[in-house]
Design a protein. Structure first.
Length: 237
């Protein structure tokens, strides 16, 4: 801005962010929270915990990302523009298929009304002009109403709102009586911690979470050690 030479930064030490131990719900609290929701919000919240998805990864899921045969979810363009594969919980397979049957009907209604074209990433719209109306590219969790895409001016059905899911999860936490502050990301933290508690390898958990560096995943080992979990107080018999 001042058009002055920028000084060398070699001797300047970067400020370090304080490391915060994430909030984690024990399994019984997770189940209590998930029991407060129903319908599409319940499915999304269950995927945040059951598959370790980030909020926007869940919201942006497409039909072709779900593999019911191998029980896997492919996440495209996650944090850091990385793709990964995580688990599709077997307990959610049937509820998800019932949900997709309703989404199929909604998509067919849009097609009959002259719509049904969904936003496509990258250059897919140019490579295959018909891909936008195909079933496989539809959002798993679509919005209730169509809206005009500001990028193209086309009226189409976008994915559901992240704000709606955030509010639904926070409401469920309060209603379940969980005495902690929590959010959608708390369910992902709980996913990672519970896998480690069950003895899963930290490298496997790193891959499932999509962490670039294992040191990020190591944070969850601090959660396991918090308060001396597994260590008995000398006051106890």
């Amino acid at each position: 801005m001042l058009k002055q030479p920028f000084p060398a930064l070699g001797e300047i030490e970067r400020a370090k962010r304080p490391q915060r131990v994430p909030t984690v719900f024990p399994p019984e609290e997770v189940q209590a929270v998930l029991a407060q929701r129903s319908g599409m919000n319940a499915l999304m919240a269950s995927l945040l915990y059951g598959a370790g998805l980030r909020l926007m990864e869940c919201i942006r899921l497409r039909v072709h990302n779900l593999d019911f045969t191998d029980h896997q979810i492919t996440v495209h363009e996650g944090k850091g523009a990385r793709d990964r594969v995580t688990m599709l919980p077997r307990a959610l397979a049937e509820p998800l298929q019932r949900h997709l049957a309703k989404v199929t009907w909604l998509h067919e209604e849009d097609l009959l009304a002259g719509y049904g074209d969904v936003y496509l990433p990258y250059a897919f719209a140019r490579k295959d002009p018909h891909a936008g109306t195909s079933w496989l590219w539809q959002y798993v969790f679509p919005a209730v109403k169509r809206s005009v895409d500001p990028r193209s001016g086309i009226e189409r059905r976008h994915h559901g709102s992240e704000a709606v899911l955030q509010k639904a999860v926070q409401y469920a936490i309060r209603r379940a009586g969980v005495p902690k502050r929590g959010s959608c990301h708390t369910l992902r933290h709980s996913f990672a911690t519970h896998l480690l508690e069950n003895g899963d390898d930290i490298r496997t958990v790193q891959e499932l979470l999509g962490h670039k560096d294992v040191s990020t995943t190591m944070l969850y080992t601090h959660v396991l050690q918090r308060g001396g979990r597994g260590v008995h107080s000398p006051l106890d018999p």
